[in-house]
Design a protein around this ligand. Sequence first.
Ligand code: IVH
Length: 740
Amino acid sequence: MDDLFDSIQPNVEKRIAELSAELEHHNTLYYQQAKPEITDAEYDSLIGELKQLEREYPEFVKPDSPTQRVGGAPLEGFEQIKHLVPMLSIEDIHELKDEELEELQKTTPNTTRTHNLQEWFKRFQRSLGHHDVRLTVEPKIDGVAVSVVYRNRMLDYAVTRGDGTTGDDITQNIKTIKSIPLRLPDSAPDLFEVRGEVFIPNNDFLELNKQRDEAGEPAFVNPRNATAGTLKQLDSKLVATRPLDCIFHSYGRVDHAPYTTVAEFQKTLKDYGLKCSHWFHQPASNHELLECITRLDEDRHGFPYATDGAVIKVDELSLHKQLGTTSKHPKWACAYKFLPEQKETQLKDITIQVGRTGVLTPVAELEPVFVSGTTVSRATLHNQDEIDRKDIRIGDTIIIEKAGEIIPAVVKVITEKRKPNSEPFNLFNYVKGKCPSCSGPIEQEEGFVAWRCVNFACPAQAITRIKHFCSRKALDVDGLGTAVAEKLVATQIVRTTLDLFDLKKDALANLLLDPAKLETGDSKPRRLGEKKAAMITSSLDQARLAPLSRWIYAMGIPHIGESAAREIARLHQNLTKVASSTILQDLADLPDFEELSVSKRKKENHPRLNIYQIESELGPVAAQHITAFFKSEGGQHVLEKLKTLELNPISDNYDPEKSTHAEAASAIAGKTFVITGTLSKPRPDFKKIIEAQGGKVSGSISSKTHYLLAGEKAGSKKTKAEELGITILDETAFTKLLES
Ligand code: IVH
């Protein structure tokens, strides 16, 4: 038997190495060169085989295995790491705004927008005492800075900028980025600290926000915020679901650098399989520099990431040393910051969208214009406050730009071009105090600007709720897109999401969809047909078995996104338990909870929080929304309907231990006890009682001890507890604490 084992092992090790190399090769093709050679299914099959082998033979799991990109358990907090070399920022040079340009042109007629840059260039040449300084130009990527350290060619750790000297250890999160190699080629130096910007590509960002909107989660303002928010996550499994990417542009400490210029450094990055900017130029003169910058300002609108300027560097690294740095930035580089592209257009109309949660959002309908790479015909106006602040009126001539180069926004109104008969826009009056979709009542929540349709049966809400309910990350019902959802609601076959489970295949097949004019030029309604109907009903049958977390997410409760849903499912066995949860109610009742960071909650051992509440990332806002939902008319309807459908979704990640402690919510949970003196029962009996309620028992007193349970003839432990100000309980006080 042993012989057989010995002969299998080298083969396994070899196969693991083969699979790892093959997968990293495909990662490079897919994530760096965008030239995949195999299908997603083939990739999944390879990684599946590797995972299986590594499970069976954990001794062969290498730190740079492609399976190690998603780390283990969530972290409790980020460790701090001191940078090997401080992470500086770059001096900003601003492009001139209209007003500034006009002002300067009064005295110097030939001044252009790049005036400040030309001044920098001249100053720079003077300080070096010669004119032939070679420069490089590359995009300034609007991302989140990271420093990645490779030791002996293996990715050792990754740190955020932090205060420039010390940052957060985000290694787990950075390893989820598949375009970042876990290992460098043999030619790389022993120590290689490389710096870059992490970002979410523009298209992925729009998709992410769409999903968040459908989930009732607040949208991210721009890709940078989304990236920063993602990198702050302690659970790398969640990070792995976000489409992060990274482009490297500079270095920290490097032993025996194989390059002497910025251009050579770029080449080295490429050789090592580290992604760098595809847009890189070396202008030969001041004139060419300006041309280069203008070109970048045009080209950047087509880049997959947000850029807010051009980084200009001295090419020769020996000159970097000579020029040195100020306390904040190097003297050998500057960042020329572009003004966002703005365009003038007409505000043709304002329409009102009813979201899944009933919020009425005003949307600007624009005369289409081309700005920052795409044609823009709509822009959100957010709410009444925003409209009042900018005094936006229908028919106005307005200036628009893309916030963070992505989301169209109205900058201002050109009031000089305003028509004399225009009137201020008032959302409430405009919709005549009724929901534009169902004519139901609208209300403004206390403390909020937004108006909300409160009719649970509002068709506009029903349609978006159904779409969310069926979306991939919710119950993943195939074939139920916008057209079908709209028709089902319009014909009143379906009023609420759960009515979907009453759908009959025949009725569905006969559903008449509105003609898809654009596609076919057809003007006759189309029948949904047997095939699509069968797909939908069989998908719905599958959905009945989906785990609790997906069901909770699918309900589309505001502030309950995927991760909140997973956390809720971790603490409850099934949906009925969630609906009557004391854990969630307790959390919802803690108004000051959110101000306490997780580490602070732990450190202070907050007296009102039990172990679950101390550790959970689930805040009271999410808890308030989910408890309020099950108490609401809509929530009650859901519970009744689930009963008639004989459905009670079950958790697949239920963690009974955590939950018992949490549900017990006793004052003992999470607290550390020391037991001393003579008690009515043997000490192990008390230990059992404490542990059953989620407490811990330790042998010695320290500042971490919460309570000393002291019987008769307690000695030195009691004295020490008194010195440290630790609460001392006799048996009666202990029993009382238990009962509380
Ligand atoms: S070079 C001394 N190149 O912008 C720093 N930085 O405010 C040398 N950035 O700290 C950095 N794109 O985080 C460099 N192409 C680029 C960049 C870039 C974005 C970031 C970087 C830097 C910050 C400056």
